[in-house]
Every structure is written in C-alpha cells, then in structure tokens.
Write a protein that binds this ligand. Structure first.
Ligand SMILES: Nc1nc2c(ncn2[C@@H]2O[C@H](COP(=O)(O)OP(=O)(O)OP(=O)(O)O)[C@@H](O)[C@H]2O)c(=O)[nH]1
Length: 188
C-alpha cells in the first residue's frame, strides 16, 4: 500500500509544550529551553497498523483569545492536536476558544481532534484535573490524553508518538474507516 499523506496542526496557548511534543515525536529528544515558535513544519514517516503515513506536522505559533487563525488551517489540515498545560488554567480556557474558532472556520460540526493535557510530570503545579480535561474532550467527541513531553510519557504505558498515532486513527475514523486500537507505546 502506498503511504498516505496526512497533515496535522498542533495548536494551543503559548508555552504549553507544542514544540516539545513535536520534537519529542520527530527527534526523540526533550529541549528544556524555551524558544517561542512562529511556525514550523516537521516531516516524518510513521507506520500505524501496517499502513505507512507521510506526516506533515505544523507546529503553530502560540495562540491567545485575540489570535485570528490563519485560514489555511481550515483548508489542508486533516486533524488537530489541541494542547493545554495541566499547570495553566489560562491555557485550558484558550483551548476551548481555539476549538470554537476551528469549528467556525471550517464550517464543520465535527473535526478530528486529540486533546492533550501536557506537563503531567509537574504534579505539584497541577491546576487542571484529569476529569476536567476528559469532560471537555467528551463534549467534543474527541480523544483525551495527558502527556509529558519531558518524560516521553502519555497517560498509561504510552509515549508521545501515540498522540500522533491516535490522531492518524481519528482521521481514519472520520473518513469512515475502522481501526484497531493499540494500547502500548509505539516505537516508530
Ligand atoms: N516539565 C515539563 N516542561 C515542559 C514540558 N513540555 C514543555 N515544557 C517546557 O515548557 C516550555 C515551553 O515549551 P515549548 O515546547 O516551547 O512550548 P510551545 O507551546 O511550543 O510554545 P510557543 O512556541 O510559545 O507556542 C519549555 O521551557 C519546555 O522545556 C513537559 O512535558 N514537562
């Protein structure tokens, strides 16, 4: 089977770890320093359920309540990884605004979304509970995962690559395809 071409955007408030999650997935490393992103596209070939995907990952600039989303984000993007930090109530508020803007812009009632609560390693600074994240994702009929880009960990027994693999599977489902669920850390 030829590889499928997929484009995913990773969005959220400033400093929630969008670049860190992207770099952990693409390069397998964590960078502690903070360098605000303008926009960056990563390319990676990855395999899920025996299907190869040529993935373009658009790491967007941090958005706030006043940001106007570039219209190209509604045109050639197959799915959205929406990220907040479990240590930032503001980022949780902003992610809901971004989701509403996406629906408005695409004119759709449902877009493939994976909601990610990042920085789950910072237990002491947690302000957004897992239940709040799950409830929000449920209201969108989206998948919810908590992650640590730093520790390359996602919910239980999974790693950052699984965020993107889950996203690819959500896109398959949105296209009417059935998918196999995977419950351990993916390597590629
Ligand atoms: N402890 C911890 N720190 C993290 C994690 N993910 C990111 N960080 C740190 O948070 C800061 C911001 O991370 P970035 O990945 O640059 O955030 P961003 O969302 O891309 O930021 P913008 O480009 O401004 O939108 C950096 O200092 C990271 O090292 C994580 O899972 N745990």
């Amino acid at each position: 089977m030829p590889p499928k071409q997929r484009k995913i955007a990773i969005m959220g408030y400033r400093s929630v770890g969008k670049s860190s999650l992207s770099i952990q997935f693409v390069e397998g490393q964590f960078v502690d320093s903070y360098d605000p992103t303008i926009e960056n596209t990563f390319v990676k070939t990855t395999k899920v359920n025996n299907q190869e995907y040529d993935l373009k990952l658009v790491d967007t600039a941090g958005q706030d309540e006043y940001s106007i989303l570039p219209t190209q984000y509604s045109m050639d993007i197959h799915g959205y990884v929406l990220v907040y930090s479990i240590t930032s109530p503001k980022s949780f508020e902003i992610i809901q605004i971004i989701y509403d803007k996406l629906l408005d812009m695409t004119g759709k009632v449902h877009v493939p979304v994976v909601l990610v609560g990042n920085k789950k390693d910072l237990h002491m600074d947690r302000v957004v509970t897992q239940e709040e994240g799950k409830r929000l994702a449920d209201s969108w009929k989206a998948v919810f995962l908590e992650a640590s880009a730093k520790q390359n960990e996602v919910t239980s027994k999974k790693c950052v690559a699984d965020i993107f693999h889950t996203m690819l599977m959500e896109i398959e489902k949105a296209n009417g395809n059935t998918v196999q669920e995977n419950n351990k850390c993916s390597i590629s």
